[in-house]
Ligand binder design. Sequence first.
Ligand code: IVH
Length: 682
Amino acid sequence: MTAATHRRIAELRAQIARHDYRYYVLDDPEVPDAEYDRLMGELRSLEAQHPEWLVPDSPTQRVSGQVAAEFAEIRHGMPMLSLENAFSDADIEAFDRRIRARLGTEHETLEYCAEPKLDGLAVSLTYCAAKLELAATRGDGATGEDITANIRTIRAVPLQLRCESGQRPAPRLLEARGEVFMPLAGFRRMNAAAAAAGEKLFANPRNAAAGSLRQLDARVTAQRPLAIFFYGVGQWQDGEPPPSQSTLLEQLNAWGLRTCPEIRLVSGVAGCLDYYRAIGARRSELPYQIDGVVYKVNARSEQQALGYVSRAPRWAIAHKFPADEALTVVRDIEFQVGRTGVLTPVARLDPVQVAGVTVSNATLHNMDEVERKDVRRGDTVIVRRAGDVIPEVVRVLPERRAQNARRPHLPATCPVCGARVVRVEGEAAARCTGAFNCAAQRKESLRHFASRRALDIEGLGDKLIEQLVDADLLKTPSDIYALSAATLTALPRMGEKSAANLLAAIEHSKHTSLPRLLNGLGMPGVGESTARALADHFGSLEALQRASEQQILEVADVGPVIAADVRGFLDDERHLRELARLRHFGLKWPEGPATPAKSALHGPLAGLTVVLTGTLEGMTREQAGERLAALGAKVSGSVSKRTRYLVAGSEAGSKLTRARELGVRILDESGLAQLLQGKPPP
Ligand code: IVH
């Protein structure tokens, strides 16, 4: 009886997985929705009667009921790259020429895989032994955020990779890369419902997808109509990926990882441009938004021969569609003061709709740009908004210029603090010299320090920083740690509860990491990824402080300008005092290599689940567990079919019995020693 129920559960799961595949990957459902719902209902009720047979990859277990406190950081096994952008046919011709010259095949026509450039968010899904273990956002390319719980709610994401008999099995470890997006129909439906409920609307499907993935409560994500297309891979262990982009995509599809149906193999630059025009013409009919086309050299051997430049492959390029543009009038030109004191001219515009969003400000970048474009107050201009980029003024329509249109001038003093403004020789930027004394710089540095990817102080948002700086309660980041409940509750609109929450968040932020601290300090030219590189390289703040400019220059990604700026920053008395004060308030960051081994998915034991039981001779179970985890193994407390090894010391009990029943490989201490050398016994 129970054996029959167990079989039925397995059968239902297999049937549902097959229907998911037919529906989401092949777009060819075999059964009506009602039948699918019936199977799910039956499975749910059997699982309710037999909770001991519940497994995390059951189709009923997509939505976790737990709300996360924050997103953990995940180091990608292989960096997530970006693409070079091209805007014209000539750019693509040059790209193709460049590649053929490098490959020494000037006289041949190259085969490209042409794919829509999906307008969503890049994600990386790690499958270990065909099971979805981890999902991460792109982040800065090297480190992203753990969004596993949210990704699991997307029905088109298989929790387990399909493997038909006779087909290639999934590798031990696979990082599948793709784009999460919100199809237009779902986006419109969702916004209509939000409008009816008087809630805030999302500006576009991309923002809606991003907002949906950034939910700490996966039940919210589960309500959002998200979809995914896969377009590549990161780590692949063991064995080799298929020999071309097109065969790779076929393989991903066969495992149940859906790829975009519009992808085509094309021949040479002419084939690329034909594809671009054809899909451009059908763009408004597609059920999702795309912002261009990606061409990838198809053969993997050629991709490998071409390699990478900085953070992008040489063998691929994004051919963007022209950005949306609109006409409007410049009412004023003002100067904004940024974190490092740079003055940015900003055009205040008559509000205008561009690509579905109301634009009323556009950046003019710097004074060189203002002069080159000759933008004046009162001018009629074309503004452009491309994807997520800040809107910019493309050009002036001189024929519409009014007689009295006034040229802007760089102010001699800072519009915020009144300090002198200087233009650095050889630099386009003009800077306010007020440093810590300038309220604008203070606000921006504090905002940066408290931001999510720096010290991550929840609740210390723009408005509050503004209030605190204006009330002279905050000058430098360390002042944050001197704030008291009495000071906070004295502020308008600040209750006791909010003050307590904020103080708790401030306290929480004291346990930070070196990369976060280095990012938060806002050294010139040091963003998140350089902060991480510095932390990785030096391991401790003291080591970085002792390093010479030359030694800083040895860090990957650091050039002479940044090296000099970092050295200058660290030599500045004011910054030294600030660091000492942060320490004094109890800020702590572990020394040693930057990223904690949160995603130890990348060691020699990656993908292997090990259970430890009984008394070990040489070390405690905890010690063995830590060492195994550091090598990438998943150390579990209970034996299941997924257990690869049971390490049994003396006096092992029920786990040993269970492992024997399930046919799990049992190791003694010499087997453990082998594992610890990174050599899993066969
Ligand atoms: S390939 C090695 N293919 O574009 C190349 N990216 O600028 C890595 N994107 O972060 C990306 N559609 O979010 C690739 N068919 C496609 C894509 C695509 C959209 C996005 C992706 C990536 C960004 C690169």
